[in-house]
Design a protein around this ligand. Structure first.
Ligand SMILES: C[S@@+](CC[C@H](N)C(=O)[O-])C[C@H]1O[C@@H](n2cnc3c(N)ncnc32)[C@H](O)[C@@H]1O
Length: 214
């Protein structure tokens, strides 16, 4: 779904609500210095990695589980450092990065807590995490949280358990609505966008979190 097709036609290079404007908003909070080492986990075709390098001068790397998207990114810009890897098993030694971005990915990961623990491992002490994704605003009944969008409490609990302190939590659900409207106007289905919430009585939203490792 993220490699080709209607969703890509509508979103373009950044495969998520908000695009690079939401990335810029989070970067204002972190205030990294030029040359900071950043990792974009689930980087897709590398749009944010390219932006972090060209606009800010950060030393940005990207990993994604999709070989197709990594190949697409490297074809566009062979100087980017992109490789195929899963969020739950990052191919970097402990303490490699000043910051991690994970934009519209965590709800797709099989065991989100495992990925967050892995982020803590590869971050330096006081390193930053920029997380944006879908969440559910209302739940009709408790559930045991399979893969997919979950409630704010659950995300906060995972962050706490893995060793992060939340510095900022913002609701950007309007950006999800805007993307949904663009998809509808383009004649596309919303099935993939709502991450298991459609038809379930749950209202999806979109959050931006900035968190810090101890
Ligand atoms: C909605 S797209 C977002 C891509 C990119 N972050 C962006 O905003 O343009 C979700 C991405 O997560 C990747 N992904 C899904 N599960 C993953 C995992 N376990 N580890 C790494 N990447 C994963 C997909 O291949 C896809 O590129």
């Amino acid at each position: 779904m993220y490699e080709t097709g209607p969703l890509r036609d509508v979103t373009g290079a950044t495969i998520r609500p908000g695009g690079l404007a939401l990335t810029d908003r989070a970067l204002e909070v972190c205030a990294f210095t030029i040359g900071a080492q950043l990792l974009d986990v689930g980087c897709g075709a590398g749009a944010s990695v390219e932006h972090l390098r060209s606009r800010y001068g950060y030393d940005a790397h990207g990993v994604d589980i999709s070989p197709t998207l990594i190949t697409e990114g490297l074809s566009r810009n062979p100087t980017m450092r992109l490789e195929v890897a899963a969020a739950e098993a990052l191919p970097f030694v402990a303490g490699s990065f000043d910051g991690i971005l994970c934009e519209c990915v965590l709800s797709l990961v099989e065991v989100p807590l495992k990925a967050l623990v892995e982020f803590v491992r590869v971050l330096r002490s006081s390193g930053w995490l920029i997380l944006s994704d879908l969440f559910v605003k209302t739940e009709t009944e408790p559930r045991d949280y399979p893969r997919g969008a979950v409630a704010r409490d659950q995300i906060e609990s995972w962050l706490f358990q893995s060793g992060f302190t939340i510095v900022m939590w913002e609701d950007h659900s309007i950006l999800l609505k805007e993307l949904a409207a663009r998809l509808i106007l383009a004649g596309c289905s919303l099935d993939g966008l709502c991450c298991g919430t459609s038809g379930s009585g749950q209202r999806p939203g979109y959050y931006l979190i900035v968190a810090r490792r101890a």
